[in-house]
Design a protein around this ligand. Structure first.
Ligand SMILES: [Zn+2]
Length: 304
């Protein structure tokens, strides 16, 4: 434990569980981007960020703490690319369990009861059959292994995120549900008109995934903030009602040299998130281009 100042004199957020909070209609503020931070601190392009859970744990813990100080009540572990299939690219499949476990330990220490810790499960980076060559059952196995490592290390929920292929989302949620009784969130990435790059609408995705047993569903990342309005509209048109997730990028990227810069600032972003809350989003936060400053602006806005 390195941050004694935050470990005393506050009630543990988990005294009231996440599901109870959602059922009571509480708006839950999650965190913002992790990857862009690590790049700024010198993570080499192409290197798996998860390695820093072991090599630079303090830097990861600092990002978590910055988000919690800004008002995040759910933080996502630095395990987005921690499935053995994705780690295969860099020859690190055999370290999947170790890197996921290390990510949870860091997030839990940083949270110290001030935020729920979500075990982050991102896409595995391979195309599923029939478009690609990854079999559904193999994907389930890889995600199940990751979900087991995350849940055994003490996360409060599992969060399948940034999924662009419904089949892969289904594999990840299936793996997560098989290995754990924890709440499972799923957020997918949608483009214009609220469809994935494969053409699936958010409502079709919801109706395919909700029967697997989701605690929340929605969108993260994606092409700008307008997409979120469309996604929420589609979700609210379904007969299925879940807590909706909106964790968009800070607008659209434009390239400055080799760096993507997003075109929406913290205050404007917070205003848009507040509007999404008014339209039914219950779990909110930021994705690419956001920072603790953005989360702090949302926290001020939604607590009004
Ligand atoms: Zn993103």
């Amino acid at each position: 434990m390195t941050d004694g100042a935050h470990t005393h004199n506050h009630p543990d957020i988990r005294e009231k569980g996440l599901i109870a909070r959602l059922a009571d209609g509480e708006t839950i503020l999650a965190d913002g981007a992790m990857g862009t931070f690590l790049m700024a601190q010198g993570l080499e392009p192409g290197a798996p960020p998860e390695v820093w859970n072991v090599e630079h744990p303090q830097r990861i813990a600092d990002v978590h703490r910055a988000y919690i100080d800004a008002g995040s009540r759910i933080i996502l572990t630095n395990t987005f690319g921690g499935s053995r299939i994705r780690l295969k690219r860099t020859g690190m499949s055999g370290r999947a369990v170790e890197l996921n476990r290390a990510g949870v330990v860091l997030a839990r220490e940083a949270a110290a009861g001030r935020a729920f810790v979500a075990g982050d499960i991102g896409p595995c980076g391979e195309m599923m059959e029939p478009v690609g060559s990854l079999a559904f059952a193999d994907a389930v196995e890889a995600f199940a292994e990751q979900a087991r490592a995350l849940s055994e290390s003490g996360v409060d929920l599992l969060w399948v995120e940034t999924m662009m292929d419904l089949e892969e989302a289904r594999a990840a949620v299936t793996g997560a549900k098989r290995e754990s009784d924890l709440p499972v969130f799923c957020s997918m990435t949608f483009g214009p008109s609220g469809r994935t790059i494969m053409g699936t609408t958010s409502r079709q995705a919801l109706e395919a995934l909700a029967p697997l047993g989701l605690a929340a569903f929605g969108a993260n990342c994606g092409e700008g903030l307008d997409v979120m309005d469309e996604v929420l509209e589609q979700l609210r048109g379904s007969a299925i009602n879940l807590p909706w997730i909106a964790k968009p990028n800070a607008g659209l990227p434009r390239m400055i040299g080799e760096r993507a810069v997003y075109d929406v600032g913290p205050e404007q972003f917070a205003g848009r998130i507040d509007a999404l809350v008014a339209r039914g989003a219950q779990v909110v936060g930021g994705c690419c281009g956001s920072s603790p400053e953005f989360i702090a602006a949302i926290a001020r806005k939604i607590s009004k």
